[in-house]
Design a protein around this ligand. Structure first.
Ligand code: S3P
Length: 164
């Protein structure tokens, strides 16, 4: 309740900016991917291998419900989480912020990091990106430019939240 929830595509900076924001505000920081890994006792890649994307999405929904029970936390969600209505619904008492970063910049940041099961093929990732942008915008109360210095981005979020 009254949490700040960050959403956006893989590599948009949700976890880094979320941790800075948590430090700035004295709020607890929660990362739904970390919750999933600790609940399932496996890495995200292992989860995809063992129980597939459908199993991962169910574990993700459980983690979103757990995170939404926090009070005044900063919550970083996985890139797919808020593209599902059932996850958006659990954060209905919170403020959802979309970190908007262009696909080229996402690719530059992710590079050859092989830890993301849904970013193994760049053209498939681009298709996913194109379908998801509208969904993030629908889920979010605020859209923030996710380019530039991470402290500045955290400050942008604080400012927009204060303005209401
Ligand atoms: C996913 C994004 C990942 C992770 C999983 C699925 C997605 O999180 O939840 O690999 O569907 O976009 P990050 O956005 O933190 O990379």
């Amino acid at each position: 309740m009254n949490n700040i929830v960050l959403c956006g595509f893989m590599g948009c900076g949700k976890s880094t900016v979320g941790q800075i924001l948590a430090q700035m505000t004295g709020r607890a920081f929660v990362d739904t991917d970390q919750l999933i890994e600790s609940n399932e006792n496996m890495t995200i890649s292992q989860i995809f291998e063992k129980i597939g994307e459908k199993g991962f999405r169910d574990a993700e929904h459980t983690a979103c419900k757990e995170a939404a029970n926090m009070q005044n936390a900063v919550i970083s969600t996985g890139g797919g989480a808020l593209t599902f209505e059932r996850n958006v619904a659990v954060f209905n008492e919170d403020k959802i912020v979309f970190l908007d970063v262009p696909f080229d910049e996402i690719c530059r940041r992710i590079g050859d990091d092989g830890n993301r099961p849904l970013f193994k093929d760049k053209s498939k990732a681009k298709e996913l990106f194109d379908t998801r942008i509208a969904l993030y915008r629908t889920a979010a109360h605020y859209v923030i430019d996710g380019m530039g210095n991470k402290n500045e981005i955290a400050n942008r979020i604080l400012t927009i939240l204060k303005e209401g």
